[in-house]
Write a protein that binds this ligand. Structure first.
Ligand code: ADP
Length: 712
């Protein structure tokens, strides 16, 4: 829990950071969108304005041109009028010429020839209309004409009157303007030529016809009152207006050009349309970009998760991981590797050969191995063993498994190694090997002990016989020498007897010495054998309380080793109600080992037992045995599925040195029985069902007091 809390804290911090980043990203997106929309709006608005200004400019230009056109027309008409008068015609000729002039210039309604007092000499009306003064008469406008003519006289050139409205006989009417021009002959005023213009026709005739198609032209007064209108007034919400002054001698008119644009006018011109289209495209791209971004974010998130998972895995795994590039430089190490070699990652990365964790004396060998690997001769997949060194000088064995690193495009970029610290494994192996050796040594010792015990038992009797025979012989010798002494004293001559007795005495005393020696040596041999026997029996003292399961576990490594060799399946069945037993642990282990080995060999030798491990089962069973009030017993059984024991074998089974095996000693079972009997137990056997043999032995359960010092 302690180690988990910083992890969760980091997770919460990461989430907070990612939420912050997400919020910032959203703000940025909204800002970008607002900017783009704002920019596009401005662009459209600007392009609209630009277009409007273009239209306005064109209108201004058109107005200026129209004014120029009108001025040119007026000037040309003045010239025509001068030409009319210059030939000093008679009134009839004048009329003809005036009519011609009127036919050519539709804007002129009437031409008059007046004398210097403005009296009418002659006049001609336009052929295109009814005479304009027909309804009200010319007199109604006399003041205007007078004013214009006096101005013209003063200016010595054409002058124009103020405009006036002239109702017509058809009920309509139009705005008119008079132009008065003095007729000078040899510097003397001879009269006046007056031309009456219809303002509407001036607009229609003198201004470029093209203009009237799209725009409306009007003459207005300075205050805006419209005097005459020409051209189409197209419908539209946007009105563009251009005004130009038509400054004439004696009168000033305002020419007003009006242009209307249709409503609604979203795409007034190509530019705006283009900008709008581009804006739409931009928005679409933005949308696609946002979608792409969202997908990327998702992928990024998934990738981040996968990366975090991989990192957590790499960090928590106990196997050291190390990556190298093709030139052998370290490109990656995980924390387990750093911990294993006791060097920090930053000191390992980018290191080449010799690596800092190579023992100096092995560096040469390792270099050669790396050279082989880099040359492309791949090392075996099952790995190879090496020895690494820590900075403190401790060496430890490792198992290295290497695999080529292939990148996303299938290119070989280096090597990935998984490194296992096998020191613990080696230690366990060493312990197991030592314990096996110990068990085997004990087995040999036990066997020796049993042999010595048997030998002492067997030799004791011949030795006792030798000893008693020697004693008997000594007694006989003693008797014989006493008889001879008696005979000597009862008949024979002392000298004769002494002659005969001397060699006999010598012999018997030598024999006595020899016999004494024999008796002594036999006794000594007996003592030696007894001491050996006592030594062997002294193990009785080494009793301890041991759990039955612990006894089985102790022999299991050796049993399973042989079981594997002989394809036997070992089953352990321990009744949990069994308490610890009081025994000489090593000797009982020996008994279990012997019985198990016999059982497995019986199955291996049996032709009727199956070939497979499933058919060859050796059961090691422990259960409580029958008990009385004073003591409880535990029964151990070793059950095989071999051929069983034939009656003639059964009779000699426990006889020392009886064996049916080529390399057998025939001591195993007798040793077992001795050991069990020494414990006060009983070793026996019975045929198994449906085949095989069940060897059972009993051991006393430890008294509760002895259980205190229970050894597992
Ligand atoms: P060894 O194993 O050296 O022969 P033992 O005293 O252990 O000596 O066994 C004596 C003989 O008893 C064996 O040679 C074998 O014929 C027989 N024997 C022992 N255990 C079994 C068994 N479980 N099944 C069949 N025969 C057995």
């Amino acid at each position: 829990m302690k180690s988990a809390s910083p992890f969760f804290r980091r997770l919460i911090a990461l989430k907070w950071i990612s939420r912050q980043a997400g919020f910032r990203r959203w703000v940025l997106w909204i800002l970008l969108l607002a900017l783009v929309v704002g920019m596009l709006g401005t662009l459209v608005w600007l392009s609209g304005r630009y277009e409007a200004s273009q239209i306005q400019q064109r209108l201004e230009r058109d107005a200026a041109e129209a004014v120029t056109d009108i001025r040119t027309g007026f000037t040309r008409n003045i010239q025509s009028m001068q030409a009319l008068q210059s030939s000093e015609p008679g009134t009839a000729t004048w009329r003809v010429m005036a009519n011609d002039l009127l036919r050519e210039n539709r804007e002129i309604m009437r031409i008059e020839w007046r004398d210097e007092d403005l009296g009418m000499t002659a006049f001609a009306d336009t052929p295109y209309r009814a005479p304009v003064f027909e309804r009200l008469g010319r007199g109604s406008t006399q003041s205007d004409v007078t004013l214009a003519c006096s101005t013209s006289k003063r200016l010595s050139g054409a002058a124009y009157s103020a405009s006036y409205f002239m109702p017509q006989s058809d009920g309509l009417g139009f705005e008119m303007l008079d132009m008065c021009m003095p007729i000078m002959v040899a510097g003397r005023l001879e009269g006046y030529a007056v031309a009456t213009y219809s303002l509407q026709d001036v607009l229609a005739e003198l201004v470029n016809k093209q203009l009237a198609r799209s725009e409306s032209l009007a003459f207005t007064e300075a205050d805006g009152t419209r005097l005459a209108l020409h051209g189409t007034t197209s419908r539209g919400s946007r009105v563009f207006i251009a005004q130009q002054l038509l400054d004439l001698p004696g009168n000033t008119l305002v020419l007003r050009l009006e242009s209307r644009r249709g409503t609604p006018d979203y795409f007034p011109n190509v530019l705006t349309a283009l900008v709008t289209a581009m804006s739409v495209a931009l928005m679409a791209v933005l949308f696609l970009l946002a979608r792409d971004m969202r997908r990327r974010l998702k992928v990024e998130h998934d990738l981040g998760e996968a990366l975090a998972f991989r990192k957590a895995m790499e960090d928590s795994v106990l196997t050291g991981l190390r990556a190298r590039d093709l030139s052998g430089r370290i490109t990656y190490v995980n924390p387990a590797f750093c911990q294993m070699v006791g060097i920090e990652a930053k000191d390992l990365l980018h290191q080449s050969f010799p690596s800092p964790y190579w023992p100096p004396e092995l560096a040469e060998t390792y270099l050669q191995r790396q050279a082989i690997r880099l040359a492309g001769n791949n090392l075996p997949r099952e790995g190879h063993e090496s020895v690494f060194i820590r900075p403190d000088g401790t060496r430890f064995p490792v198992l290295i498994m290497e695999a080529p690193l292939i990148n996303a495009v299938g290119k070989h970029t280096g090597w990935m190694s998984a490194i296992l610290d096998v020191s613990e494994q080696r230690r366990v192996e060493e312990v197991s090997r030592a314990s096996q050796e110990r068990l085997q040594a004990t087995a040999r010792l036990a066997m020796m002990g049993e042999m010595a015990s048997l030998l002492s038992h067997e030799l004791n009797q011949p030795l006792a016989a030798i000893s008693s025979y020697a004693t008997g012989s000594l007694n006989l010798l003693k008797d014989q020498s006493s008889h001879e002494l008696a005979a000597q004293s009862h008949g024979r001559k002392p000298g004769e007897a002494a002659q005969l007795a001397e060699p006999a005495n010598e012999l018997s005393s030598d024999l006595q010495v020899a016999m004494n020696r024999i008796a002594e040596q036999a006794e000594r041999a007996g003592k030696v054998i007894k001491s050996v026997h006592d030594f062997v029996r002294r193990r009785d003292q080494a009793r301890e309380a041991v759990q039955p399961r612990a006894l089985l576990d102790a022999v299991m490594p050796l049993v399973s080793l042989q079981a594997r060799k002989l394809s036997v399946n070992v089953v352990i069945d321990v009744d949990p109600s069994c308490g610890p037993v009081l025994c000489d642990r090593t000797m009982v282990e020996q008994v279990l080992l012997n019985l198990s080995r016999n059982g497995m060999q019986a199955m291996a030798d049996s032709p009727s037992a199956g070939r497979h491990a499933a058919d060859r089962v050796l059961t090691l069973r422990v259960r409580p045995a029958a008990f009385n009030e004073r003591s409880r017993w535990v029964e151990f059984a070793v059950i095989d599925q071999g051929e069983g024991i034939s009656p003639d074998v059964a009779t000699q089974l426990f006889t020392p040195f009886f064996t049916t095996k080529v390399e057998g000693m025939g001591l195993g079972l007798s040793l077992c029985r001795t050991v069990i009997e020494q414990h006060g137990g009983f070793l026996g056997f019975e045929p198994g069902q449906p085949r095989g043999t069940i060897f059972t032995f009993t051991l006393p359960e430890a008294a509760p007091a002895a259980r205190q010092g229970l050894s597992a």
